[in-house]
Design a protein around this ligand. Structure first.
Ligand code: GDP
Ligand code: MG
Length: 161
């Protein structure tokens, strides 16, 4: 049962999922990881990380001109986040479905935001919005490299016969 290894390599996508400081502080880390695991995606990297201001600004640079930008940067840097790489066919769009709408009041029950949040400014989790952004955002911290090496070992264990 390793559906991600059945697909051809071109179809496999990477996404960057980040449990925001409120998700970590509220003890939702296990619950959130569990939802991605049970769906059938593969965890390729994981790190508990205190995000520096400059990196938060880079991560959210497309929102620079929004009035809530300073509050967003304060929020993301207010405590440790859990940075994760997830891999699989269609993982980018599927992760966005599992996460739910940006405003948790509009997020369907059964989604992470729909089940665990009420405020846009405290919406628990981030997911990349395109395959290109998935690749870009995964380069968030150099410590990810170690975990990606481990991932290569994992692939070798399960694919060599
Ligand atoms: P996402 O892709 O669903 O996370 O949403 P966006 O990329 O549009 O926004 C990034 C993050 O900025 C959201 O997840 C929220 O945490 C925050 N955000 C977006 N819109 C608002 C807003 O109107 N007010 C506040 N306080 N935060 C917002
Ligand atoms: Mg976004």
């Amino acid at each position: 049962f390793l559906p991600h290894l059945v697909a051809s390599m071109e179809e496999v996508e990477q996404t960057y999922i980040m449990i925001k400081p409120d998700g970590v502080q509220r003890g939702l880390v296990g619950e959130i990881i569990s939802r991605f695991e049970k769906k059938g995606f593969k965890l390729t990297g994981l790190k508990l990380f205190q995000c520096p201001k400059e990196l938060a600004e880079e991560h959210y640079k497309d929102l620079q001109s929004k009035p809530f930008f300073p509050k967003l940067i304060d929020y993301i840097t207010s405590g440790p986040v859990v940075c994760m790489g997830w891999e699989g066919v269609g993982v980018v769009a599927s992760a966005r479905k599992l996460i739910g709408a940006t405003n948790p009041l509009n997020a369907e029950p059964g989604t992470i935001r729909g089940d665990f949040a009420v405020q846009t400014g405290r919406n628990v989790v981030h997911g990349s919005d395109s395959p290109d952004n998935g690749k870009r955002e995964i380069v968030w911290s150099s410590a990810f490299e170690l975990l990606l090496d481990m991932n290569e070992a994992y692939i070798r264990i399960f694919t060599e016969s």
